[in-house]
Ligand binder design. Structure first.
Ligand code: GLY
Length: 329
């Protein structure tokens, strides 16, 4: 896969801060934060740049964050060259491209789909689950039937070139339980979080998941609290990387709760990463990354390994930012 170009971190302050006391205790944390005074949209990996620009078209007109994040990640879902999101994604080990997505708004309403095949925009199906049903999550054939009933567009998957790649992979890979490499070369999920001009938050998260996963496997991305969490009183967080590890600590919810307790976004993400590290004996290829924003417009990220970056769009900025990390890849 072609190496992409990366952009260096812009103006970010590094300092030590004393955070708000929790239960009488003072927390000493390092702050490494960016800040936006107005609307802001953040999303994971380089594919986030284009996605953010679509989201920004909504935000700059004073539109709602929920509309921005849906429009944003739809760009990535319909990018046929993307191998980890949407219908261009890699299949499971049985040759099925199964898509996972979730969305959450400022009222803590949420919708999710998982193990969905052949639908071009899983994120919009997730939004329809949120808005048109009494449920939060639909999976598999039920989710597909719901999407078809609503007239969502379909596509045949895997794409021919992706199918060929999978067939070659099958010939060479007998160890079906090998962990995937999740880094800046193969990218991953798009998780997008936004604050609109009203100060309201929403988020969206969508993926084709772990390439060549077991048939039926679902990762963190459609799980509210794991791949994505929004609490309008506090902020929003999203995750990318090895879903199994992120689910194990309810990652995005953990980040938001830490921000509620006074952690900066970067420190909240860092604490979640530390928790993942502490719960895994083998960290080989175990890349997990968190991205967060708080109510004041502070944002930050942290990952287990180097290589994670995120796209940032505000009134004055449109760029990639390198995440802080625990260790070198
Ligand atoms: N984070 C995406 C997945 O594990 O499916």
């Amino acid at each position: 896969m072609k190496r992409r170009s990366f952009f260096k971190l812009g103006a970010v302050a590094g300092a030590v801060s004393v955070l708000k006391p929790i239960n009488g205790a003072q927390i000493l944390g390092s702050s490494f934060e960016g800040k936006s005074e107005g609307p802001i949209v953040l999303s994971t990996w380089i594919h986030g740049l284009e996605a953010n620009r679509a989201a920004w078209k909504v935000l700059e007109k004073g539109g709602k964050a929920i509309d921005a994040v849906e429009q944003g990640v739809k760009v990535t879902e319909s990018d046929l060259t993307n191998r980890s999101v949407g219908i261009g994604g890699r299949p499971d080990r049985d040759g099925h491209v199964t898509l996972d997505a979730c969305i959450m708004d400022e009222q803590s309403r949420c919708g999710s789909v998982a193990f969905l095949e052949g639908i071009i925009h899983p994120i919009s199906v997730a939004r329809a689950v949120m808005e048109k049903t009494q449920h939060i999550m639909l999976v598999g054939e039920g989710a597909k039937q719901f999407a078809l009933d609503l007239g969502f567009k379909t596509a045949k998957t895997p794409l021919p070139e992706v199918k060929k790649e999978w067939q070659d992979w099958k010939k060479e890979n007998k160890d079906l339980f090998k962990k995937p490499e999740i880094n800046h070369e193969n990218h991953d999920t798009i998780g997008m979080i936004a604050m609109d001009s009203n100060g309201d938050f929403s988020g969206a998260c969508t993926t084709s998941g772990w390439a060549y996963k077991m048939h039926g496997r679902v990762g963190d991305s459609p799980i509210i609290g794991a791949g994505l969490f929004v609490d309008n009183e506090v902020g929003a967080a999203t995750a990318t990387g090895l879903g199994e590890a992120i689910v194990r600590i309810a990652g995005s919810h953990t980040v938001v709760e830490l921000m509620r307790q006074g952690y900066t976004p970067t420190d909240a993400c860092k604490e979640a990463v530390k928790r993942i590290i502490s719960k895994h004996k083998d960290l080989t290829n175990l890349q997990c990354c968190f991205l967060a924003i708080d109510k004041k417009g502070n944002y930050g990220a942290y990952s287990v390994y180097s290589g994670f970056n995120f796209a940032l769009k505000t009134n004055s900025e449109d760029k990639m930012v390198d995440s802080e990390f625990d260790r070198n890849w």
